[in-house]
Design a binder for this molecule. Structure first.
Ligand SMILES: Cc1ncc(COP(=O)(O)O)c(C=O)c1O
Length: 416
């Protein structure tokens, strides 16, 4: 194809041409050539209720006829007010305010900036952040700084700010993580702790127990250090509860959301902030204001999509779908537990993952492209993270479609 488009996360001379998609419905993508693929990854973890869901399409169209966009500094609108109010009621926290942005990365930038300014506004500036080994928080500079260093960040490493790292808190490393965190907190210079609750997505769907996270959060809370839950991937039901943070006490002070926020229809991010953090900004003084914003902040179309998506998510059918998908994944994890070509099969709510045994693991594992191709040949879109295969489908995926994904996994594993 003679294209002028530069695609994300892809070497320019990619091993395969991008596949043109003409339409989508439910969990199915129809390619230009008429071939149908099952979307096993919710189109990069964004879609919740299936593609082209009529009630989201209707909500967006109705909003477009009323108000498509308006400056959000000094103005407001009902879809944003209602969405912020509804989210604050269901988010772990409780949360006091919502700051809108554009995507997952900007929701993280906002959280980091608010946490740093929280200290600045109190006249006690703090500079350091703490994050987990293997973290991924996005591709803008602050989010990249908080994330693990690697091939994604290498050209920019010298421009990223330093972040303290804790060992990934799997049960075998929890004691080391807690000891290091205690040491760091004792220095009274940590501004915030940022983490992906319970599942690190891009690191390879790495799962860790709620009790480990609770122990870390307890240390931060005792030291008065704000905790930033990056729920960009885990939010909106992926881990079994509406938000992963609901499985853990204490609760975060800031929550980053995006991806599933609009049901996968429109880009939007937001950062929810607790009363304690918000209080440091609650002033008429210009030097205590949060001077940050984006042209499309709180875009009404995206807010309308998010409200319609919340209606679906909170309905009985979606809960049943999530239970059904989670039960299926529990069964898959059991079935793969003794497979000679697979290791560490695991699931948490509607996320299923395992590693394919390979001579070289990790994100650049050479088996990755072979796996992706083999799944595509079987009509399934899975996008392995190196040798980690994961399934994270729209909740409305049917049992028949799940069955096709499972048969593709079995077939691909039998060929290895
Ligand atoms: C946990 C987490 N945070 C932030 C991001 C960045 O989101 P976006 O790609 O929308 O900027 C991602 C993206 O995968 C993510 O998984």
């Amino acid at each position: 194809m003679n294209s002028r488009v530069w695609h994300p996360f892809t070497p320019v001379r990619a091993r395969r041409e991008p596949l043109p998609v003409r339409r989508a419905k439910g969990a199915r993508l129809t390619l230009a050539a008429g071939r149908v693929l099952i979307d096993g990854i919710s189109s990069w973890w964004v879609n919740l209720h299936g593609h082209a869901h009529p009630s989201l399409a209707r909500a967006i169209a109705a909003q477009a006829r009323k108000l498509e966009q308006v400056i959000f500094a000094g103005f407001t609108h009902e879809p944003a007010e209602t969405l912020a109010d509804r989210l604050c009621r269901i988010l772990p926290g409780p949360m006091e305010r919502v700051f809108f942005s554009d995507d997952g990365s900007t929701s993280v930038e906002v959280a980091i900036k608010i946490a740093l300014q929280y200290w600045h506004n109190q006249g006690r500036p703090r500079r350091s952040l703490v994050a987990l080994d293997g973290a991924y928080h996005g591709d803008t500079f602050g989010a990249m700084s908080a994330g693990a260093r690697g091939i994604f960040s290498a050209p920019f490493d010298r421009h990223l700010f330093r972040v303290e790292r804790l060992p990934f808190p799997s049960p075998d490393k929890l004691a080391a993580a807690l000891a290091k965190f205690r040491r760091l907190l004792a220095g009274d210079r940590i501004a915030a702790f940022i983490y992906e609750p319970l599942v690190q997505g891009s690191a390879g769907m790495r799962m860790y127990p709620p009790a480990s996270l609770a122990a870390l959060l307890e240390l931060a809370r005792t030291a008065g250090v704000p905790c930033i839950a990056d729920e960009v991937m885990t939010g909106f039901g992926r881990t079994g509860t509406l938000f992963a943070s609901q499985q853990v006490r204490p609760q975060p002070d800031l929550v980053c959301l995006s991806k599933g926020l609009t049901g996968g229809f429109l880009p939007m991010g937001l950062t929810a902030v607790s009363r304690r953090i918000f209080r440091a900004f609650d002033s008429a003084e210009p030097d205590r204001a949060f001077w940050h914003g984006h042209s499309y902040t709180a875009n009404p179309l995206a807010c309308a999509a998010a409200l319609a998506s919340l209606d679906l998510l909170l309905a009985k059918e979606s809960l049943e779908d999530r239970r059904r998908v989670a039960a299926t994944f529990a069964g898959w994890a059991r079935k793969l537990s003794a497979h000679p070509a697979a290791s560490n099969p695991r699931h948490h709510g509607c996320i299923f993952a395992f590693e394919v045994r390979a001579s070289r693991g990790g994100y650049l594992s050479p088996v990755r492209d072979c796996l992706e191709k083999a799944f595509l040949e079987r009509g399934v879109l899975l996008r392995p993270l190196g040798n980690t295969v994961y399934v994270l489908p729209p909740y409305a995926i049917t049992d028949g479609e799940l069955g096709r994904i499972w048969r593709a996994i079995e077939a691909v594993l039998s060929e290895i």
